[in-house]
Design a protein around this ligand. Structure first.
Ligand code: ADP
Length: 243
């Protein structure tokens, strides 16, 4: 299946000399269409750095990042920004909704930033609101919404357009596990539709939603788990062996 995200031997070093921090060290990761991967590890182990680099918000010190087979290395900055705007959706810990914009405007913002006319962007946002079961809250401002509704607006904004890679940093960070599960349910749905998702979490209950868990420690991927293979896996000719 298509690799949506591929990290090849990625190292990220912050600072230099005595203050040098190796946030990621020689990390390899492939996430395919339809797959949800959880990244777990103690605080400071490199989870956020991994997401930031996967989302092309920062560049690795060495190694390569490919999105749908396109290497970001050497891609001009404007093309990288376009790819980021069009193909990658982020769900931030605190949802980062703009308080002065309605639910609909928050959702359509990425499309408008990408040059789509407001009227068209708003029509697309309406569809997303319907999918998120929020059609009746289109004109509400974030502070008029419940926590769960705000969360769905944030996911709607991350999914709008033709996004293929969804990145979520501690989706339950500001909420409880149950609310975090609401996020995961929507991410899973997007994966079913052909996207790929990577989420950083230290909540094992949330990680259980993932197809695979990658454990990082001191910037190194120390272990991978795959779900137990069910009998149906025998029917899949090209099933990958567990790692
Ligand atoms: P996690 O998300 O697992 O808590 P991070 O990726 O945030 O870990 O951080 C990994 C390491 O890199 C930590 O030691 C952190 O202090 C360091 N780090 C992260 N971002 C920066 C930065 N912008 N400048 C300097 N050091 C950083």
């Amino acid at each position: 299946m298509t690799a949506i995200l591929e990290l090849r031997d990625v190292t990220k070093v912050y600072g230099s000399g005595a203050s040098e921090v190796r946030a990621l060290v020689g990390l390899d990761l492939i996430v395919r269409a339809g797959e949800m991967v959880a990244v777990m590890g103690p605080s400071g182990s490199g989870k956020s750095t991994l997401l930031t680099i996967a989302g092309s918000l920062e560049q690795p010190s060495s190694g390569e990042v490919l999105i749908e087979g396109v290497s970001l290395t050497g891609l001009p900055a404007d093309e990288r920004a376009r790819l980021r705007r069009r193909r990658i959706g982020y769900v931030f810990q605190d949802y980062n909704l703009l308080p002065g914009l309605t639910a609909s405007e928050n959702i359509s913002l990425p499309l408008e930033l990408d040059g789509m006319k407001a009227r068209k962007a708003s029509a697309v946002a309406r569809q997303v609101l319907e999918e998120m079961d929020l059609a009746d809250r289109a004109g509400s401002f974030p502070d008029e919404l419940s926590g769960g509704q705000r969360q769905r607006v944030a996911i709607g904004r991350a999914l709008i357009g033709d996004r293929r890679l969804l990145l979520a940093d501690e989706p339950s960070g500001a909420l409880d596990t149950k609310a975090g599960e609401g996020v995961l349910r929507l991410l899973r749905k997007a994966c079913k539709g052909g996207a790929a998702a990577v989420m950083a979490t230290h909540d094992a209950q949330l990680a259980a939603w993932a197809d695979r868990v990658v454990f990082v420690r001191d910037g190194v991927a120390v272990d991978h788990t795959s779900p137990a293979a069910g009998p149906e896996s025998l029917l899949i000719a090209d099933a990958e062996p567990p790692r």
